[in-house]
Design a protein around this ligand. Structure first.
Ligand SMILES: Nc1ncnc2c1ncn2[C@@H]1O[C@H](COP(=O)(O)OP(=O)(O)OP(=O)(O)O)[C@@H](O)[C@H]1O
Length: 244
């Protein structure tokens, strides 16, 4: 494993009124790793993603990427620091075709591309994510998995070092799931570092180098998929005491 730490989270804390959603979270992500962020519904996973991507500011704690402290920076500055994300509910521009959707992403990155250069880069990116044939179809007319691919493409257009996938594989049928897993694996092979919030166990076992498990805002396990999924505390968090 590459020992370079790309992302480091420490002492992260976030409350919504009286509810502590994230409580003293800390973990590191090494360059080139896929880390699964797991936990039962409501355990705080999406809030952690929002704190990393700048959609929310923590009450306490630090988020550092590549040695740079990005805690509480606005989301656009964080994206320029090399972090891009997808959302649980797909966000594409439905009336624009796939090329135009990617071009919109290319215009917002640190070294923006416009005109012919953007068009060429958008076609290359669509090819990379398996959407070359759909280049001129409006995003709103794509199948669900293709909309997910396109949203991923918009994130990749930002040339991230770290990609945050929030349940990107949810809702896919079994053959789409295999295609989705293959695409994430290809991105890892290209050198991308990924944090994925995921409930699909097949995907977690086949993709994740390491998993961080949360329950009620707190980290309860950190290890390989096999280690954490057989940890009695994790089993208890997901299934209740009678199964542990
Ligand atoms: N903006 C908000 N305002 C108030 N409470 C919130 C807000 N966002 C999240 N919460 C609460 O914080 C807790 C953690 O939510 P979060 O969405 O991070 O969990 P999660 O692990 O991602 O859940 P799921 O797997 O269901 O997506 C939940 O109790 C949720 O209701």
């Amino acid at each position: 494993m590459n020992t370079e730490i790309l992302l480091s989270i420490s002492g992260l804390h976030k409350a919504f009124g009286g509810l502590i959603a994230v409580n003293q979270m800390q973990f590191d992500v090494h360059a080139g790793e896929i880390v699964g962020l797991l936990g039962p519904n409501g355990s705080g996973k999406t809030t952690v993603m929002n704190l990393i991507s700048g959609a929310l500011s923590p009450d306490e704690g630090k988020v550092v990427i590549g040695g740079k402290n990005i805690t509480s920076l606005p989301a656009h500055k964080i994206s320029h620091s090399g972090i891009a994300r997808t959302f649980q509910l797909v966000r594409v521009l439905p009336d624009l075709d796939c090329v135009e959707n990617i071009e919109a992403g290319l215009a917002y990155r640190t070294n923006p591309l416009w005109g012919d250069a953007a068009h060429k880069a958008a076609l290359e990116l669509l090819d990379r994510i398996g959407l070359a044939k759909q280049a001129h179809i409006p995003a709103g007319d794509l199948t669900y998995i293709d909309q997910k691919r396109l949203e991923l493409g918009r994130a990749l257009a930002l040339q991230p070092k770290l990609l945050l996938l929030d349940e990107w594989l949810a809702g896919l049928n079994p053959s789409e799931l295999q295609d989705g897993i293959a695409l994430v694996r290809k991105l890892k092979d290209e050198g991308l570092t990924i944090i994925m919030v995921e409930h699909v166990m097949d995907a977690i076992r086949s993709l994740c180098d390491r998993c961080v498990v949360m329950n009620a805002g707190t980290k309860i396990a950190d290890g390989t998929p096999d280690e954490v999924l057989s940890d009695p505390e994790v089993v208890r968090a997901y299934l209740g005491d009678s199964h542990a």
